[in-house]
Write a protein that binds this ligand. Structure first.
Ligand SMILES: [Zn+2]
Length: 317
């Protein structure tokens, strides 16, 4: 007796150096996932070859009694509500060509979205945001990004919604890559923390711990963890910027939860309570109880969210 084939979702996350692919059940469980290094993906031949590899990987995970019902793609750029790709400064891939090549390879439409938005949706579906309808996701790493989910759907606006890193928190402050001054990202990215720490060292006449580069924030966290007063002071300042920024966002959205992800969230146990304090000290009273939680899906969040987006857009969820 032939058994009916089981539908699965595929979530793909394209980064600067890798393409990650996950096979996801309709309930959001990751059945399997893998990553391939991003090779040149510019010409039609290269794109078709890459798309073919991704499909082979997904189908290898799925096996014979499964079929792929929907595909979503997370990418580091701005995606409009019409699925137009406006900006993808950090990746040397012909993304429009990749979307088309993947759709061709899988035989179903491929729905692209911004990667921070995908992570927001992933955390909402199966991570720290489960149960929330309205969620603000903040990612802290090389940059500061975010995603906003309202009533279970990512808010896209004209493409730029969730750009929390460019909230202007310091009038006339440090010059940001976006051309403005005083953006949150200048204070709460990895580079931002290193900058705050070096400033604090200068104030106290202390020699900074050795850092490999200007965004090497891990040793600063470690120093704070070991009770280095100056590192603690820098982290406190860091947390105040972030807490106040979340307080601003709370006034406009009043979400069910904040979820903090990205590479720096590995040290959430250290700075999370400080952020909470700063948040509660500054936020409007009615929003004081909104939880601020660390993300729980790690690198899977983008893939899980992309799969969810693919399913939503295909009318499956
Ligand atoms: Zn900026």
């Amino acid at each position: 007796m032939a058994s009916e084939k089981v539908p699965y979702l595929v979530g793909i996350d394209v980064g600067g150096t890798t393409v990650k692919v996950a096979l996801v059940t309709m309930d959001g469980d990751v059945a399997d996932f893998s990553a391939v290094r991003t090779e040149s993906m510019q010409t039609p031949g290269e794109l078709a070859s890459a798309a073919g590899k991704v499909r082979a990987m997904a189908e290898g995970f799925a096996g014979d009694d499964a079929y792929i019902a929907a595909v979503g793609l997370a990418l580091p750029g701005v995606v409009t509500p019409e699925d137009e790709l406006l900006l993808a400064p950090n990746v040397q891939v012909n993304l429009e060509g990749l979307v088309d090549a993947l759709a061709e390879a899988f035989g179903v439409p491929v729905y692209p979205m911004n990667d921070a938005n995908a992570a927001a949706l992933g955390e909402l579906w199966r991570g720290s945001g489960q149960g929330a309808r309205n969620l603000v996701f903040v990612t802290l790493g090389t940059g500061v990004g975010g995603g906003i989910v309202v009533d279970g759907k990512v808010v896209v606006g004209r493409g730029g919604t969730g750009e929390i890193g460019h909230l202007p928190v310091v009038p006339g402050g440090r010059l940001c890559g976006c051309g403005n001054r005083g953006c949150l990202e200048m204070y709460t990215s990895a580079r931002g923390l290193v900058h705050l720490y070096r400033d604090a060292c200068a104030r106290h006449g202390q020699v900074p711990v050795e850092l490999e580069h200007d965004a090497h924030s891990l040793p600063v966290f470690e120093a704070a963890r070991h009770g280095d007063d100056v590192a603690v002071e820098a982290l406190d300042e860091y947390a105040r910027y972030l807490g106040r920024a979340l307080a601003m966002v709370a006034c406009t959205l009043d979400p069910d939860a904040f979820v903090v992800g990205g590479g720096m969230s590995a040290a959430f146990d250290l700075f999370g309570p400080l952020v909470e304090d700063a948040y509660r000290d500054t936020v409007i009273r009615t929003c004081r109880d909104i939880p601020i939680r660390p993300a729980s899906l790690g690198n899977l969040a983008g893939m899980v969210g992309a799969a969810y987006h693919g399913a939503q857009r295909s009318g499956l969820l």
